[in-house]
Design a protein around this ligand. Sequence first.
Ligand code: 0X9
Ligand code: ZN
Length: 303
Amino acid sequence: HFNVYGYNSYANILDFLEDVARRHSDIVQLQPLGNSYQGRPVKLVKISKNSNAGNPIIFIDAGIHAREWVAPAMALYIIHRLTNHPDGRRKELEGVDWYILPVVNPDGYEYTRSSKANRLWRKTMSKTNSVCVGVDGNRNYGFKWAVSGVSSDPCNKETYAGPKPFSEPETRMVRNVMVQNAQRMKLYVSLHSYGQYLVYPWGYTGDFLPKEWKKLDKLAKRVSAAVQNAGGSPFKVLSAGKWYAAAGGSDDYAFGAVGVPYSYTMELTNGYEFVFPEVLLRNVLPQFYEGFKAFGAQIRNEF
Ligand code: 0X9
Ligand code: ZN
């Protein structure tokens, strides 16, 4: 069964979500977003003390990249913490609604769990007109699509951008959450795994920054400091495009197309690339959570 400090099957993750929604029906709502390419249900977890208050929304997603298991683990840990405050006060829920999509690409996730040979699969599992499978979901968003850092070859296993923007049902579901909640969405964080980076737009270019870059940079550094205070290692904070330019990412779409004022890709975790050892989750997930408290405080105070 589900282990909050472990890597879980998608079936067990869905069970956990249903269970949380049942046990905390006063604050948790599950919204079905549709199905993945292979037909797995994708669910958004909405956590709110007063969903009629018009609070600013923090939207967190994870697992667009199949192999980056620590990302869904983090998203699920956040759900766990937001719904289980020791004295029931849940300060984090004051004045902020949390929307969490723990596994954007469940087909790919299950594929990486199916055998050691597939452990490093990254893409979706869609098949269109090529013999090769899958699209890099984080090159598939419709903002400056395919202008940099992508492959146009469907057989490229890493960065194939897809036949067109939003060709994938998985990226369309995330887009719909953003667009339908655009007015209230003030922070978007996409969880990934590679080194330890907290990067902000633009991702499609490293030649220049958005005019609001100082705000983005400042909040990222505050979050990194909060994680460090909890004993974690700091994040490298810079624009995604100055790390390496790659277009069609969800962060740029949220910021550039939807107008979400704070948008980040958060790469977990230090010293490892895509694969993070399961035994370390118990140690790092609580440290990273302190960063999300800092995100929450900023959104609560500013909006
Ligand atoms: O390349 C990516 O999609 C992300 N790194 S990963 O190693 N997890 O694949 C970084 C994305 C940063 N954002 C943009 N380039 N827009
Ligand atoms: Zn990734």
